[in-house]
Design a binder for this molecule. Structure first.
Ligand code: ADP
Length: 342
């Protein structure tokens, strides 16, 4: 199980593992990245070498872990998963690295949270498949080099800017994942609904209901799959188990998901800026304190989508609502923020 702020409960995790595509061909969307990876995989398979290290960045739930699973699967290699915060001491990393088999894939989630003292040990491992460390101190200090098996590191981070320059430069493939459009989310939802054995009520097509969900999943496959599980529950308890647009509407309303896919936290965030701070600009910390939320959670989970749909602007002086963002929550701004202040 992957340790991290975004991990789901054990049951949900088991369901989402079964929904996780295993082959590159089943991975929906992100065409540029898939093309890069296909070329890299074909080339190294022919040369019988491990693949170059890969750094993926983008908001949670866009498919970074899934890609790591697929790459390992396509290479016929084992996948070892860990996370930046789990590797607190250099010995944690050394232990993980020395246990890797030839060609294995090591996935480090939240790699930006790797402690600096651990980060230094990973450089020679990534570059030359070795670990350098010093035994004892002072006069008796002895430098030891420990060889490790050639491996592929896949790092995931929510934003590229969080990673140190030396770390970033050691990845051969660096890619930023994008939010998914409705067409791609519909494909993901159709596949998941199929795997979960969901059926549509007679006279309606499954696509009718799923289309609505695709539009209201904040461009994020994890959210789409989570809402689908809620729809399945709703259909089972409030109806005869079959899905139709009314069931979807009822389940989404119960989840507090609005027409644009925003949830309660998104709307609370917008409302705080709109009312308490009169539209902003206001610093993230102030918003977080007012909401009693963690600033990092807001920055990783809430803001990227609001920025993407043009409801929020990040200016030098802080966050500001745009006219559209204000309109969505029914607030009239006294003064329009200057959106050219990036
Ligand atoms: P991240 O690691 O970026 O937080 P995950 O890889 O855990 O995201 O993806 C979350 C869920 O969304 C997975 O369970 C997977 O089933 C689904 N998913 C993500 N990306 C895709 C995709 N491109 N195609 C199909 N399903 C996807």
């Amino acid at each position: 199980r992957i340790v991290g702020a975004q991990s789901e409960g054990p049951v949900e995790e088991a369901v989402s593992l079964s929904l996780r595509p295993q082959r590159l061909a089943d991975y929906v969307g992100q065409p540029r990245l898939i093309e890069k990876l296909t070329i890299a995989l074909d080339a190294v398979r022919a040369r019988r070498e491990p693949m170059d290290h890969v750094l993926l960045h983008g908001p949670p739930g866009l498919g970074k872990t899934t890609l790591a699973t697929i790459i390992a699967h396509e290479m016929g290699a084992n996948l070892v998963t860990t996370s930046g915060p789990a590797l607190t001491r250099p010995t944690d990393l050394v232990g993980t690295l020395t246990r890797l088999g030839e060609g294995d894939v090591l996935f480090i989630d939240e790699i930006h949270r790797l402690p600096v003292i651990v980060e230094e040990y990973i450089y020679p491992a990534m570059e030359d498949y070795k670990i350098d460390f010093t035994l004892d101190q002072g006069m008796h200090a002895k430098a030891i080099t420990l060889p490790i098996k050639p491996f592929t590191l896949i790092g995931a981070t929510t934003r590229a800017g969080l990673l140190s320059g030396p770390m970033r430069s050691r990845f051969g493939i660096v890619h930023s994942l994008e939010f998914y459009d409705e067409t791609d989310l519909l494909k993901i939802l159709t596949r998941s609904a199929d795997l979960m054995g969901m059926t549509a009520r007679g006279g309606t097509s499954m696509t009718d209901g799923l289309q609505t969900m695709a539009r209201r999943s904040r461009g994020t496959p994890r959210i789409a799959n989570r809402l689908l599980r809620r729809v399945r529950d709703f259909a089972q308890v409030r109806s005869d188990g079959r899905v139709d647009p009314d069931v979807v509407e009822g389940a989404l309303q119960l989840e507090g998901v609005d027409k644009l896919g925003l949830d309660e936290l998104d709307r609370k965030y917008l409302r705080v800026i709109g009312t308490v701070y009169e539209g902003g600009p206001v610093g993230l910390e102030a918003i977080a304190a007012t909401l009693s939320e963690d600033a990092a959670t807001l920055e990783e989970l809430v803001e990227p989508f609001l920025l993407q749909i043009g409801f929020l602007a990040r200016t030098r002086r802080g966050r500001a609502l745009t006219a559209r963002g204000a309109q969505h929550i029914g607030v009239t701004l006294a003064q329009q923020p200057d959106e050219n202040l990036f």
